[in-house]
Design a protein around this ligand. Structure first.
Ligand code: TRP
Length: 458
């Protein structure tokens, strides 16, 4: 017997729909914008290796734990946590993990939407042919001008947030599901094309070496923290988004299999983005540690030189916007579902309320790129965009791993072995045992070690 509960919000129409939606949530700016730039900042190969390790031994097991809890609870993370804690004879203090997730969701969406807004703006620029034959200096100037203008950033941020609210307000099937079915394949094709270009015209071998030849002397404790945090960020873990998506999953689907598929696709897209970007970075003597603008600085140069570059550039940035869109909706889904469950609000009003709050918080990021910019050092890096970096580090490197830690502890130690096995529909065989060890010991201890190491206790 698996979960007797049903979600009041609806259910995915098929297993494929869940895989697509969860992949849509996972694949986003994290893969194409963030992964390359942090890989560049934290020194390449060794960072990538730690990231891959974190995906395998921390990310995937926690993803399975999150989806299984969502499906068992079938409600927003706060209510699911409360009910499952009661079921296991614990008190409802666990519900606060749901709340921390909602807060993380707001904070992440606030800056996510601003960056997605830059991608929107770049789509229009690409379409107007601004990248034709652009030089490295030209691409820098374009980017500087763009982020230096708060009004322009605000306009695109507002547009992106409205797009997000529209989809979320339409609900599970007609909104979330439809939006993702046709985007992923398109993005994949353009990335293949870009890698082809990087092989022909860029310093491909140098890019490859940078990404895959580990130099552990470059790996600081902060870099390990950022790599682990990014494993959570890129898989959309630790704040209830995937729990929410799990709550819409049919009881018949094998959770383990879909999670491994989603994590595999997500990792593939990130590595492909790196392989497309770094050869171009090296061929144009750019700094791989250029920071959060890396994608917007490097790819226009490549598009500017390739045949039909204007067309491909427009398509690329458009697909990036779509990838960001299908991720953004998952960031506010838990809060919206909670308002619907506990306050009887309609999805429409709930989406506008939640999106409105994230929009207002986004003003901080808009200004941190220009008027409010300040510098600080982190892990030997000069961070130039003050509050944006603070928000990013606070959410992805601290709140998400912390949320993940509690999720692992809950699935591994609070819920009974029998109930998790039932929900996973696994025999008590090697597969289940492996996951159980990972989620009880390896993932929580791994997260704690990274935290303690950072504050110098280990
Ligand atoms: N995973 C998305 C990306 O890589 C971002 C994202 C969507 C996310 N939902 C999330 C990150 C929930 C953390 C938590 O772009």
């Amino acid at each position: 017997m698996s979960s007797p509960r049903r979600s009041i919000h609806g259910q995915w129409s098929s297993r494929l729909a869940f895989v697509l939606a969860a992949t849509g949530s996972a694949v986003g700016l994290g893969n194409i914008w963030k992964f390359p730039y942090i890989t560049g900042e934290y020194g390449g190969g060794a960072f990538v290796l730690v990231y891959l390790l974190c995906i395998a031994v921390i990310g995937v097991p926690i993803m399975i734990a999150e989806v299984l809890r969502g499906r068992r609870g079938r409600q927003s993370p706060m209510n699911t946590m409360r009910d499952l804690a009661h079921e296991a004879g614990r008190n409802s203090i666990w519900r606060w993990i749901g709340w921390m997730g909602v807060l993380a969701g707001f904070l992440i969406l606030s800056y996510y939407s601003v960056v997605a807004g830059v991608a929107l703006g770049y789509t229009v620029r690409a379409g107007l042919g601004s990248f034709e034959a652009v030089s490295s200096a030209g691409a820098h100037a374009l980017f500087k001008e763009f982020i230096g203008d708060p009004e322009r950033l605000l306009a695109w941020h507002t547009l992106f947030m409205v797009m997000t609210m529209v989809v979320v307000s339409r609900g599970v099937r007609s909104g979330l599901e439809r939006a993702v079915t046709f985007l992923m394949p398109g993005l994949f094709i353009i990335l293949v094309l870009l890698i082809g270009y990087a092989m022909a015209q860029g310093q491909f071998m140098e890019g490859l070496r940078f990404m895959f030849a580990p130099d552990f002397s470059k790996l600081s404790s902060e870099a390990v923290l950022v790599a682990m945090g990014h494993a959570f960020f890129t898989l959309s873990l630790g704040m209830g988004a995937i729990m929410m998506y799990g709550s819409y999953l049919s009881s018949k689907t094998s959770i383990t299999r879909v999670c491994i598929t989603v994590a595999g696709l997500d990792t593939l897209v990130a590595l492909m983005a790196g392989l497309a970007i770094f050869p171009i970075v090296f061929a144009n003597a750019m700094d791989p540690g250029a920071g959060f603008g890396l994608v917007f600085l490097s790819l226009p140069i490549a598009f500017g030189q390739m045949p039909m570059g204007t067309l491909f550039a427009t398509l690329f940035f458009l697909l990036l916007v779509f990838a960001a869109w299908s991720s953004a909706i998952s960031l506010i889904e838990p809060a919206v579902a909670w308002l619907v469950e506990n306050h009887g609000m309609g999805r429409g009003r709930a989406s506008v309320l939640v999106g409105g709050i994230a929009w207002a918080l986004g003003l901080v990021t808009v200004l941190s790129f220009n008027h409010w910019a300040f510098e600080f050092r982190f892990a030997g890096q000069v961070k130039e965009t003050g509050m944006f970096d603070v928000l990013d580090i606070l959410t992805s490197s601290i709140m998400l791993p912390l949320g993940g830690l509690f999720i692992a502890i809950f699935a591994g130690w609070i819920m009974t072995r029998k109930s998790v096995r039932e929900e996973l529909r696994l025999e008590d065989g090697p597969g289940f045992k492996l996951w159980y060890v990972l989620v009880r010991f390896v993932a929580p201890i791994g997260i704690l070690v990274v935290f303690l190491n950072l504050i110098g206790l280990i």
